[in-house]
Design a protein around this ligand. Structure first.
Ligand SMILES: *Cc1c(COP(=O)(O)O)cnc(C)c1O
Length: 228
């Protein structure tokens, strides 16, 4: 079991490295978030023992249950849709929320962060594919959104996140990733207090294309743990 995990991880690292090189970067510039949703903690622990420090979950309850079960220096990432009434369970426990996609959620994060006296790093989830995906700020609305959130002192905008549509051939979503990168560059350094550090895009089916187009954070589940 652990051998399989080890081999999968080595292969993912190798693929990240090659894609980074194709984009003129080194693999040290790409952060791997291992997506551990639905995976039981004993298996996640094996991965942590292989050196993984960043874990991503998409459900608050699962995340809150897993956090106390895993020890060591783990950075937890909330990557899934976040309901406002669940913010309180994770706001002081996660390293990064990838899925800030509406003002009401920002207001709730600000409120709970104030109560718990923490600062919360977030990424703005962008709906860059033009399809009527359920979540994400429209690309043309991102700058307005940044201005609205910029007044909330407990929220630290650290970058952008995107979930590309599922396609058979990842080349089909290359333009989506490229649009994300352009938006990321345009916004970077434009607003005080907002630093575009992370561009979180790319999953098992498309992470190499995402890296080639400029992702510096990839969220990978099934290529590491096997299909769910
Ligand atoms: C599940 C999930 C991933 C990882 O998906 P894989 O295809 O298993 O790599 C990445 N991002 C989000 C938001 C997810 O929900």
């Amino acid at each position: 079991m652990s051998e399989e995990l080890r081999n999968n991880l080595l292969e993912v690292h190798e693929r990240i490295k090659k894609a980074a090189e194709r984009s003129g970067r080194s693999s040290s510039e790409i952060q791997l978030i291992a997506v551990s949703k639905t995976i039981k903690t004993s298996r996640i622990e094996q991965l942590v023992n292989l050196g993984i420090e960043n874990l991503g979950e998409n459900k608050v309850q699962e995340l809150a249950e897993k956090i106390p079960c895993l020890h060591g220096d783990i950075n937890w990432h909330m990557i899934g849709h976040l309901q406002s009434n669940k913010v309180k369970y994770i706001v002081d426990k996660v390293t990064l929320i990838h899925s800030l996609d509406r003002l009401s959620l920002a207001e709730e994060i600000q409120k709970k962060a104030e109560q718990k006296n923490v600062y919360v790093p977030v990424l703005i989830q962008v709906n860059a594919s033009g399809e009527n995906s359920k979540f994400g700020i429209e690309p043309g609305e991102v700058e307005n959104f940044i201005l609205e959130v910029a007044g909330m002192d407990r929220i630290k905008i650290k970058g952008l996140m995107n979930i590309a549509p599922f396609v058979d051939n990842p080349e089909e979503v290359r333009p989506v990733f490229r649009r994300m990168r352009e938006l990321f560059n345009r916004v970077d350094n434009k607003y005080s207090g907002v630093s575009m550090e992370y561009l979180s895009m790319g999953m098992t089916g498309d992470f190499e294309v995402a890296i080639e187009e400029g992702a510096n954070m990839v969220r990978i589940g099934s290529a590491i743990f096997g299909s769910r």
